[in-house]
Each structure stands twice: as C-alpha cells, then as structure tokens.
Design a protein around this ligand. Structure first.
Ligand SMILES: [Zn+2]
Length: 122
C-alpha cells in the first residue's frame, strides 16, 4: 500500500524532530494533503496509526488537512479552485491554466509531550 510508505516516511520525520526536541512522545500530527498529490487522505489516516505502532508516536492523534486544487489562468490571470479533473479557470472558463496548489504532501506540524513529568521522583 502506497499510503503506508508515505506514513512511514512522515513518522520518521516526526520522530527525528521529536529526538531533536529532546525526546518524549508525539501526541498529535498534522499533515497537509493536496487533492492532486495522489494520496488518499482516508487511506493515510488509516496507515499512520499502523506505522506508528511501537514508536514514540503510537496513539498520536492525526489531523489531515485537505488542500483543494487551484489553478492560475493564463488568459485572465485569476486564481481559482477547480473541481478535479475538470481543470478550467473558474473565472473565465479557459483551459489554459497552470496548477498552483494541491500537489503538496507534507508533515505540517506536530505536538509533543516531553518526558519532564517522569523526572519528578515523587
Ligand atoms: Zn481565466
């Protein structure tokens, strides 16, 4: 499954950031998935917890931010959202457009819990 390897790569990135921050665990992940990225957000939402099993991100909440496809028109210059796969300018209807948004696939942010509480001896 394509989404599982993407989930693994994102987790690797998240865990590296966690270690750089001093350790602890990941409690929440926010990822941005463009409509044109070729990734199914639902499949990704399923794959992340699977890939997180046994890591410091196990049980982390996942928030998937879906980004619609947007194009810039070469005729009138407007930037509009499109109903993929009907790629046309939403303003003048021209099909001479350039894709400017919707291809992204990235880990946007993560919330971590530091191990400070565990040091409290009490
Ligand atoms: Zn146009």
């Amino acid at each position: 499954m394509h989404e599982l390897s993407i989930a693994e790569a994102m987790l690797e990135q998240a865990l590296a950031a966690l270690r750089a921050a001093g350790g602890g665990r990941v409690v929440r992940l926010r990822v941005r998935v463009g409509e044109l990225s070729g990734v199914d957000p639902d499949a990704l939402a399923f794959a992340v917890p699977v890939a997180a099993r046994g890591t410091e991100a196990e049980g982390a909440q996942l928030e998937v931010v879906r980004c619609p496809a947007r194009v810039e028109c070469e005729v009138c210059g407007a930037t509009t959202a499109v109903e993929w796969p009907d790629v046309r300018c939403g303003h003048c209807g021209a099909d001479r457009v350039r894709i400017v948004d919707g291809r992204q696939l990235r880990l946007e942010s993560l919330d971590v819990e530091t191990p400070a509480a565990a040091l409290d001896g009490g």
